[in-house]
Structures are given as structure tokens and as C-alpha cells.
Design a protein around this ligand. Structure first.
Ligand code: SF4
Ligand code: SF4
Length: 342
């Protein structure tokens, strides 16, 4: 049975919150006899421009200070987003991260300038045969995967599994989870500039009165979405088996990694940190949880939220957990170990 460490805390003091996160990390290390690698990737979410409820940079200070004092070299690592926004390309993404205060350690954007650098990780599961994982994720064998546990319009909730699945996937990997078909060109917006044709490595785009994508040739890298100056190319968000694909991509992202997962059940909003707007919290802050098992961690976060609120919040995301358990990513059965908290 997987262990999940729980530090209850309800505070807006980021230093206290960060110290609680450090306490959960140390509990995992001490109780499970784990060691940290000298070079460590730190996966967080920098928050979309205009979002105010992502986990602030200062919440990571205590963990980063601890790592540095332990002679561990940490780097933030992220991937570009699928949609057009402030985190679509490497330069803009890093600038936004700095603007949001994530300046303590170097930042790596794992899928490169346009989100098209990736490694294919074969997994041969029900819906995904191979995952497009941001190339620089090969740099580290271990990650501290920090997640903000909150709602998500399509996935029900976002936690450790979604952080692995979307956060580690290159743009094409995100497209594969969200959509069953190739990107779509809005002919009315297209100015026939040809930039997408230049970008497409497999010659899947031709220019007629507007750009046309040949879905038989397209490999779903999503590079054309990033380069179009008119925002004329978009993906179809209505893909099938989205929850199962999240579980399978999370499996691919975590494969052969010695990760520790830490989730903030804090600033609980109905939608995710990719929303570039202010959102109200829909539940009280609950605390921090950590585990080496992302399935157990997400299950525990969901359970404690529902027990605390006496509501079936985010229940629509539970099938992701069942599928993740079925494919061997982790266990929905867990032992909750409460550590000193408020
Ligand atoms: S059309 Fe080309 S650039 Fe666009 S997603 Fe498909 S393969 Fe990638
Ligand atoms: S990059 Fe955009 S505007 Fe230019 S040809 Fe392609 S779809 Fe049209």
C-alpha cells in the first residue's frame, strides 16, 4: 500500500506553506529511505498571465534553500502550452516565469523554443502507443513534481497525474491528449504567409487559398499552432478518452524516473492555473500532501477534499485514477500519515 504524507495547514503565509512542503518532503525521504540526486528537476506551474491563484514562487523557497544547503543543484523545468498565450514559446514563457517571481534557480523549457523538441517514449497502452515528452526531461532521473490541486474543466481536477501528463508533454503530446484529429486552419484568418509550411517537418501543409493540413501526413507535433502569426491554426479540444489519455501520458512521463510528488491543496479553484483571469476559491485551504506514488497522492487529495467539504467536488476526474491504477502507474489504496500541522 502506498504511503501519503499529509500536513494540514490553512494559511496565506507563503513561508509557512513552503516550510510545510519541506516537511512533507523530508517525511518521504526519512520514512522511505529515499535520497535526492545531485541534479534535480523541479516541476511547478508558473501560472498563466492574469491568474492569481497559482502556487506563488515564494512557496518553493524553503525547499530550494534546503536543496542548495544539501549541495543539490535544482532547476525549474516546464513545457510550452498548446494554446496561444504568454507561455507559448520559450522566451515568453521564461519572461512570464521571471515576472511571477520564479527567479531562484535556472529555468529549462523542456520542449524548446516552439514546443517541438521531444523524445518518443513508447508505452503501448490502450489509447496512447508512444508519448511525446519534452526533450530536456531526459536531463534528470529524478523530479520533485509539485502540483496545485484544483479543478479543471475537462479533467475534473488537476493534480500530480495531470502535472505529469500535460506538464511533461511537448506541444504535440498535449495535442494527442486533447484531440483525436490534426489541427484545424481557420481559412478566414489565414493570410497565406507560409510560415506553417516552413515549420512542418513532414510536409503536411500546403498553401491554397488558405493553408490546408493533410491529416494523413500530420504527426500532431503542433508546431504550426505556435508559429502562425494570425492565430489561424487551432486544435480540436473535443478529443475522446481524455481522462484515460491523461493517465497514460502520466505513465510515460514517470517511466524510469525516481520522482517525489508534492501537492498543495490550497487556493482551490474550479478551474486551472492556465486560466489567465482571477478566480474565487471554492473551498478552504486544506494543506500539503506528498508521496512517491502519484495515483495514491491524487486519490488522497480528492478524498480529503470531499471529506472536508462534504461535497463530491471534482468527482468527474476519478476515472483517471482508476485507469492509472489499471495500467500500473500506482495504487488508489493508500495509508495516510498525518504529520505535524496546524
Ligand atoms: S501539420 Fe505539420 S506542423 Fe502542424 S501539427 Fe501536423 S505535423 Fe505538426
Ligand atoms: S502560418 Fe497561419 S497565416 Fe500563415 S499560412 Fe499558415 S495558417 Fe495561414
Amino acid at each position: 500500500m502506498s504511503k501519503v504524507y499529509f500536513y494540514p495547514i490553512n494559511t496565506q503565509d507563503n513561508q509557512k506553506l513552503g516550510l510545510a512542503a519541506l516537511k512533507t518532503l523530508k517525511s518521504v525521504l526519512e520514512t522511505e529511505g529515499k535520497t535526492l540526486q545531485p541534479q534535480l528537476g523541479i516541476k511547478v506551474h508558473f501560472g498563466e498571465k492574469g491568474n492569481h491563484t497559482f502556487i506563488p514562487a515564494t512557496c518553493y523557497d524553503p525547499v530550494i534553500d534546503y536543496l542548495k544547503s544539501s549541495h543539490i543543484e535544482p532547476s525549474y523545468i516546464e513545457t510550452n502550452v498548446l494554446y496561444r498565450g504568454a507561455r507559448t514559446t520559450l522566451d515568453h514563457h521564461v519572461a512570464l516565469a521571471h515576472n511571477h517571481g520564479f527567479t531562484q534557480i535556472p529555468i529549462i523549457i523542456a520542449d524548446g523554443e516552439k514546443g517541438t523538441d521531444y523524445n518518443e517514449i513508447p508505452i503501448d497502452k490502450d489509447f496512447i502507443k508512444s508519448c511525446k515528452i519534452g526533450k530536456a526531461y531526459e536531463n534528470f532521473s529524478q523530479y520533485l513534481v509539485f502540483s496545485h490541486f484544483k479543478g479543471h474543466a475537462g479533467a475534473g481536477f488537476g493534480g500530480a497525474l495531470k502535472q505529469l501528463a500535460m506538464g511533461f508533454a511537448a506541444r504535440g503530446g498535449k495535442l494527442a491528449q486533447h484531440s483525436d484529429i490534426s489541427p484545424i486552419v481557420n481559412a478566414k484568418k489565414c493570410i497565406v504567409c507560409g510560415l506553417c509550411v516552413e515549420k512542418c517537418d513532414v510536409d503536411a501543409i500546403r498553401l491554397e487559398e488558405a493553408a490546408v493540413i493533410d491529416s494523413d501526413l500530420c504527426i500532431g507535433c503542433a508546431g504550426c499552432i505556435a508559429v502562425c502569426p494570425e492565430g489561424a491554426i487551432r486544435n480540436d479540444w473535443g478529443g475522446s478518452n481524455f481522462l484515460q489519455k491523461i493517465a497514460e501520458y502520466a505513465y510515460g512521463a514517470a517511466l524510469n524516473k525516481d520522482n517525489i510528488y508534492i501537492s498543495f491543496i490550497h487556493n482551490i479553484t474550479a478551474d486551472c492555473d492556465c486560466m489567465g483571469k482571477s478566480m474565487d476559491c471554492i473551498a478552504d485551504n486544506i494543506g500539503i500532501m506528498a508521496s512517491t506514488d502519484p495515483v495514491a497522492l491524487d486519490t488522497a487529495c480528492l478524498d480529503v477534499l470531499q471529506q472536508t467539504t462534504h461535497e463530491r467536488l471534482f468527482e468527474s476526474g476519478r476515472p483517471t485514477l482508476h485507469h492509472a491504477e489499471k495500467i500500473g502507474l500506482g495504487s488508489m489504496t493508500y495509508h495516510l500519515i498525518k504529520i505535524q500541522g496546524e
